[in-house]
Design a protein around this ligand. Structure first.
Ligand code: C2R
Length: 155
């Protein structure tokens, strides 16, 4: 797991220098998909933090995590009634990529929960259990402002 480090802002004020990607899963039972995401991020040397936090079960903790995180992209992994990606998107303007997990109904429940967001609160959804694509999409977003990463993607 990527560990938070303290750093200095330009003006000398202290801030927490976070990882590029925050990977949030709704339950420890989503571990396999989380590992697919982390492995792919590691291929590109992208820093990450991975946490288990549920919007349904621990909304206050999740809210605190989002507001303290300086990650540039969120990947939210959840099965069943997957509120997690939408919850995160409602509390940050940073991009959120949702990964539906096939816990029940082949993952269709989670897929629809993630894709059918109301206007104004977008979540980018990838295929069911497709953690690899979520990581690649996050890398593409980061590569927009990172030339070295863009070159790695092109290779
Ligand atoms: P448990 O195995 O812990 O009962 O979780 C998780 O992502 C998991 O796939 C079963 C499934 O419930 C999902 N879950 C959510 C949320 N919290 C947990 N969809 C949420 O806040 O959206």
């Amino acid at each position: 797991m990527w560990v938070l480090e303290m750093g200095k802002k330009e003006g000398g004020k202290e801030e927490v220098l976070g990882p590029d990607v925050a990977v949030v899963s709704g339950s420890k039972s989503d571990e396999k998909i989380v590992n697919d995401v982390l492995e792919q991020l590691e291929v590109f040397g992208v820093s990450y933090v991975a946490v288990v936090l549920s919007a349904h079960r621990e909304p206050e903790k999740l809210e605190e995590f989002i507001s303290n995180s300086s990650a540039r992209v969120f990947i939210a992994i959840a099965g069943l009634s997957a509120a997690l990606p939408g919850f995160i998107a409602s509390r940050t303007v940073r991009p959120v990529i949702g990964v539906p997990v096939s816990a029940k109904l082949g993952g269709l429940d989670a897929l629809l929960s993630i894709c059918q967001m109301p206007k104004g609160v977008p979540v980018g959804g990838v295929g069911i259990d497709n953690g690899v694509n979520a990581a690649l999409l996050a890398v593409k977003i980061l590569a927009l402002s990172d030339e070295k990463l863009r070159q790695k993607l092109e290779k």
